[in-house]
Design a protein around this ligand. Structure first.
Ligand code: 5GP
Length: 179
């Protein structure tokens, strides 16, 4: 793998396609056995999760459904300021097992907002599947049930993740060059 430059930053190879495939496969096997009888709804959080979700779902062989959502933030008139809204969900999810499919969990702020929104919809249970987790940055109590790989607190791109809109299409993960 070569170094890549995206706008003003250079990134170096970090996680190879083979390693990605192996970890995604392992995660899928675990989900297949854990949720065999739950008919889960996989809720893919766009944009960053599209590539991970595609690979993961190809290895899921239990009955399941799939839906795509986006989180939109805007400054509302509440005292807390930023309001987060979930858009794109059309399925009835009351009483369902929902698997949140995330690209990366960093501080966990995004995940926490999503879990709060889903909990209001009276789901049966929420499971969280993320391709990457930064344990040193993660500050929340929500259990992350399925983790592809844990990484240090570095900025990564590729495999769905972007830097300023670029790099999502790369099939490997690259990390910001510290030099
Ligand atoms: P959190 O709310 O957990 O702090 O952050 C989650 C979101 O921040 C991710 O969905 C992603 O959009 C972005 N993010 C966090 N870390 C990285 C990273 O290393 N690379 C990229 N490209 N995005 C990141």
């Amino acid at each position: 793998m070569q170094r890549v430059t995206l706008k003003d930053k250079t990134f170096v190879p970090y996680i190879s396609s083979d390693k990605i495939s192996a970890s995604v496969y392992q995660m899928a096997q675990k989900i297949n056995s854990d949720l065999l009888n739950d008919m889960p709804l996989f809720l893919v959080v766009l944009n960053g999760s599209f590539m991970f979700a595609s690979d993961l779902l190809k290895e899921i062989n239990i009955p399941c459904e799939l839906s795509f959502i986006k989180l939109a933030s805007y400054h509302g008139t509440t005292s807390t300021g930023v309001v987060t809204e979930m858009i794109g969900l059309t399925e009835e999810i009351k009483g369902r097992t929902v698997v949140i499919v995330e690209d990366i969990v960093d501080t966990g702020v995004t995940l926490e907002k999503l879990v709060t929104l889903l909990t209001k919809k009276e789901v049966k249970q929420i499971k969280v599947a993320t391709f990457l987790l930064k344990p040193d940055a993660y500050k929340k109590d929500i259990k992350v049930d399925y983790v592809g790989m844990e990484i240090p607190n570095d900025f990564v791109v590729g495999y769905g993740l972007d830097y300023d809109g670029l790099g999502r299409n790369m099939k490997e993960v690259f990390v910001l060059d510290s030099k």
